[in-house]
Design a protein around this ligand. Structure first.
Ligand code: HEM
Length: 231
């Protein structure tokens, strides 16, 4: 984890919603999100984020253990990791697989290409998470894993590990199955640690705090204006 930057999606409580938006935009499944969740008013702190998210250097058994604490099972974990079908990662998130010793599970040509992108273990370049279709939300991420071309240890070990290998293979073979399980796991994730009572607020727009929502503010102002006209 040390020195690894998570993308902005991972740093906020709106993470789930950003994922939903981006996956539909790039060809993924469309699904209804249960509404009415109370969300926090502040970003998660860096410490809270790091305490709740496994690092990309973690192996599958560590990730399964860490996410089991959130009632996510092996199928959920493999399906959610499929979020890496789009987007990019920085060298610092995976160079420990290249230097000083090359991870033997990594396909050789893929490793050589990554060394070209990250010539040293302090390179700051980026590369795509899914080499087959980096901008399309599809099941090719799992095909990458079967071909030992997963970028992070946390990705590739899902195929090396006995308990998750079969799930990876089934998603690589059946995109509809992946989409179905992804939706189930995303809905589960969107219902984790929901605030209750007077804590937080139900957002009018799931990725914006109500106080930052200019549409909402102008509607309230308009209402007040109408009221004063009536007086
Ligand atoms: C299994 C646990 C996970 C780990 C260890 C993990 C780790 C990471 C890391 C290290 C990066 C790249 C950071 C960088 O080097 O810039 C990343 C990027 C990304 N992750 Fe995850 N992630 C996990 C789960 C998820 C989930 C559940 C989703 C969505 C459903 C997701 C979606 C993404 C996306 C879209 C990016 C690319 C962001 C960009 O292009 O800027 N990840 N993840």
């Amino acid at each position: 984890m040390q020195g690894i930057n998570f993308p902005s999606q991972h740093k906020t409580l709106s993470f789930v919603f950003l994922c939903e938006f981006s996956l539909f935009q790039s060809g993924g499944p469309e699904y209804d999100v249960p509404l009415g969740r109370r969300d926090g008013l502040n970003f998660a702190t860096q410490n809270a984020t790091l305490a709740n998210l496994p690092p990309p250097t973690a192996n599958a058994s560590t990730i399964l253990r860490s996410l089991a604490a959130k009632n996510l099972d092996a199928t959920d974990v493999v399906a959610l990791s499929g979020g890496h079908t789009i987007g990019i990662g920085h060298c610092g998130s995976f160079t420990e697989r290249l230097y000083p010793t090359q991870d033997p599970t990594m396909e050789k040509t893929f490793a050589e290409d990554l060394k070209g992108i990250c010539p040293t273990n302090s390179s700051t370049n980026t590369t795509v998470l899914d080499i087959r279709s980096p901008n399309k939300f599809d099941n090719k991420y799992y095909v990458d894993l079967v071909n030992r071309q997963g970028l992070f240890t946390s990705d590739q070990d899902l195929y090396s590990y006995k308990k998750t290998r079969g799930i990876v293979t089934s998603f690589a073979e059946d995109e509809a199955l992946f989409f179905e399980k992804f939706v189930v796991a995303m809905i589960k994730m969107s219902q984790l640690s929901v605030l209750t009572g007077n804590q937080g607020e139900i957002r009018a727009n799931c990725s914006v705090r109500n106080s930052d929502n200019s549409y909402l503010v102008s509607e309230v102002e308009e209402d007040l204006e109408t009221k004063s006209e009536l007086r």
